[in-house]
Design a protein around this ligand. Structure first.
Ligand SMILES: [Zn+2]
Length: 261
């Protein structure tokens, strides 16, 4: 059975800054960011992995503090280089593709301010599209967001296409692992060892949204996945009774142009 490969994007809440003043060096924010929005826990509370805020890949060592509004370049805002609300975490591919492009919040969706889980759908061939149920205006916003990090495959992009295809391959592989896990779960849904093993595998492999899509009919597991990575439940984008999506993002930190979807 070939199910639509739906992949969305994990929304997050980073909450108030851990310190009263701006950071001296933005790199100092990294452990706080990982703890708040990207820490994958296993059943014993161990830190198993951290994830790119854009492509959801698990990144063991080279996760970068990503400036949402660029610190350099023609659209750079150097005054935001050390400001907590301007930080996310990203892999080197998403970080370098996004580069110093202009960020207009009203024209883009971001996981710290919009319900990005609701905004996108990935199909079985790996293409990423805006959720078809979005309004025409929000579809344009979703497309612009995908282009910002190179998450849409384009034939003419050369090297960047290779990176996009590599991500597609990884997503397909994790999709297969999630489907195998779903078979195990259905055989013995009351078995805690099986359930914990599946949650640990999701934490280790990343691609949260792939696991959410494959287990879409299993509310209990969706709730477990949402609870397993820091910042996800805190986003307020999920009903924790059954793991269903709540849109728009409540934007509890009152970020500029947040809560569009
Ligand atoms: Zn990435």
């Amino acid at each position: 059975m070939l199910k639509l490969l739906e992949k969305k994007l994990r929304p997050v809440r980073r909450n108030n800054s851990p310190q009263a003043t701006n950071f001296n060096d933005y790199a100092d924010a990294k452990p706080h960011l990982i703890g708040r929005i990207s820490k994958g826990k296993n059943v014993r509370g161990l830190h198993l992995a951290s994830y790119c805020s854009y492509c959801e890949r698990p990144i063991p060592t080279s996760l970068a503090v990503e400036h949402i509004e660029p610190k350099k370049g023609p659209f750079g805002k150097p005054q935001l280089e050390t400001v907590w609300t301007n930080f996310l975490l990203a892999c080197v591919n998403c970080n370098s593709t996004k580069g110093d492009k202009q960020v207009i919040f009203s024209d883009l969706f971001f996981p710290d301010r919009d319900n990005t889980f609701f905004a996108f759908e990935y199909k079985a061939d790996g293409t990423v599209i805006p959720n078809p149920s979005l309004s025409a205006r929000h579809q344009i916003t979703a497309k612009k967001t995908l282009d910002l990090c190179g998450l849409r495959k384009k034939k003419s992009q050369g090297k960047k296409t290779d990176i996009a295809l590599e991500r597609v391959g990884q997503r397909m592989q994790i999709w297969g692992q999630a489907e195998d896990s779903l078979v195990d779960y259905r055989k013995d849904p009351a078995n805690n060892a099986v359930v914990n093993g599946i949650v640990n595998l999701m934490v280790a492999t990343g691609f949260f949204s792939v696991w959410m899509a494959v287990f879409d009919d299993i509310p209990e597991m969706k709730v477990r996945f949402i609870q397993a990575i820091s910042g996800t439940e805190e986003s307020g984008c999920f009903d924790m009774a059954d793991g269903s999506v709540i849109s728009p993002h409540p934007n509890a930190d009152n970020l500029q142009d947040g809560g569009k979807i």
